[in-house]
Design a protein around this ligand. Structure first.
Ligand code: DLL
Length: 433
């Protein structure tokens, strides 16, 4: 059952939350203005000082921070304190060159544990649970974030770490694990391996799961729920903010509550950089409000979502909700003039009950024309005729969302094996001019 880990903060009236945000925004702005050369230069260019922040909305006067800005100042140039005052380091899992490094003070670890404890409690974790954490313990933020939060809730934590799917399943069976965490596509894989070794995932004691770290459509979520007969929640976060723990969906499953006492969120149009209307989709921009190691102002996450109009949720929480992440603005694919997000394809695929959990799309050039081929596993072994029929159905389902007809190939179960920490949904082999 969903429960509030920190009732006072989680159900704080919006007006009080806004006052707290303003106080913390002022402190953060002053902190970076006093100690981070990157922000000193940016503020000077815009002729602003901390005194210009009089309302929460004044955040819009502040400069954006991009991943490139962070990279240009890595590893320690964005710190607002000395390295001596930091006690832990994590780095992004990005594949594009210089990793983004985040350093945490003791205060930052405390905040991270707190927001993670809230997200886990919201997903049903209690001190009675046996919590298994099948995420690599390393510079990736995932494992430590979940570990700290689950420990704070008081659950029994099994730090089962990286991969080795059979071993993970045996641990679940042996210790009667009730709650699991991780990267969404890995849980799909665990479900497949369970079936291969003759174990029905639904027969294990696992009843709750909290997953994220990658695009995670409601359809895929439902697929995991059905395979494991468990309740599944979605957790969002990024290394630059703390790691996992920025937001999670409550039992209403209609949006993720973002912890507004620690993060200030805006949604902007990624092209004009202007704020969009509430309920309109755009890029999430987040400012940290309580970090003391590496506070970040107006971070352009590239993640596309919308904020819901503020009303107190049935669950009792007052913190703003955002939609599931539709994709990253830099994931948007343009094929023959049509814009598409991998998330739209996944949603179309997952609506069909004959489809399994794994898929990817291949982009290539044939006779100088860009082509798209979607490969997806079927749930059960199918005959040739059934395969053809499914392929045609999926083709029209995708066409109705992206106005483009891709090739679709349905493959037998367990034939698309995802390598690496996060699923790679797009394989782009197009000829570049
Ligand atoms: O992936 C932190 C994390 C770990 C979140 C475990 C949840 C669970 P990074 O490696 O820095 O951090 O990647 C952050 O992953 O900007 C999104 O594009 C994507 N992402 C994270 N959570 C979700 C989610 C971790 N729930 C980047 N839905 C972010 C969709 C997600 N995308």
């Amino acid at each position: 059952m969903d429960s509030l880990f920190n009732k006072k903060m989680e159900s704080m009236p919006q007006k009080e939350l806004k006052n707290l945000q303003l106080k913390r925004l002022k402190e953060t702005v002053k902190r970076v203005y006093d100690s981070v050369p990157f922000y000193q230069k940016k503020f000077k260019e815009l002729s602003i000082t901390p005194d210009d922040i009089k309302t929460v909305k004044d955040v819009q006067k502040l400069p954006f921070t991009t991943k490139d800005d962070l990279r240009d100042n890595m590893p320690f140039g964005m710190l607002s304190t000395s390295v001596d005052n930091c006690v832990e380091l994590h780095a992004s899992s990005g594949t594009t060159g210089i990793p983004v490094t985040a350093c945490y003070t003791t205060n930052d670890l405390e905040v991270w544990s707190e927001v993670m404890a809230r997200c886990l409690s919201m997903s049903g974790l209690s001190k009675k649970d046996v919590f298994q954490n099948p995420i690599p313990y390393g510079t990736f933020t995932g494992a430590f974030g979940f570990h700290y939060g689950a420990e704070k809730v008081g659950a029994l934590v099994i730090p089962s770490g990286k991969g080795q799917s059979e071993r993970q399943l045996k641990l679940m069976d042996y210790y009667n694990t009730t709650f699991i965490s991780g990267v969404a596509s890995y849980v799909v894989r665990l479900g497949q391996v369970a079936k291969q070794i003759g174990l029905n995932p639904a027969k294990l004691s696992v009843r709750n799961g909290l997953f994220g770290a990658e695009m995670f459509s409601p359809g895929l979520k439902k697929r995991i729920m059905d395979t494991w007969e468990m309740d599944v929640h979605d957790i969002y976060g990024l290394t630059e903010m703390c790691g996992p723990g920025v937001s999670t969906d409550c039992d209403q499953h209609d949006g993720l509550h973002l912890w507004e006492d620690h993060f200030l969120v805006e949604i902007i149009d990624p092209v004009t950089l202007e704020p969009v209307e509430t309920e309109e989709e755009g890029e999430m921009v987040i400012t940290t409000l309580t970090k003391t190691g590496m506070p970040i102002i107006r971070y352009r996450t590239r993640d596309i979502a919308k904020l819901y109009d503020q009303t107190t949720c049935e669950c009792g929480r007052t913190h703003v909700k955002h939609s599931t992440i539709k994709g990253r603005s830099d994931d948007m694919i343009i094929v023959r003039g049509t814009n598409m997000y991998p998330g739209q394809i996944e949603s179309a695929l997952m609506k069909n009950p004959s489809v399994g959990g794994n898929w990817h799309m291949k982009l290539y050039t044939e006779n100088d024309i860009d082509q798209v081929k979607v490969e997806v596993e079927s749930k059960q072994q199918l005959s040739q005729i059934e395969t053809k029929e499914l392929e045609q159905n999926l083709q029209s389902a995708i066409k109705s969302v992206i106005v483009f007809t891709p090739q679709v190939e349905v493959l037998p179960p367990n034939t698309i094996i995802q390598q690496g920490l996060k699923a790679k949904r797009v394989i782009d082999n197009r000829k570049k001019d």
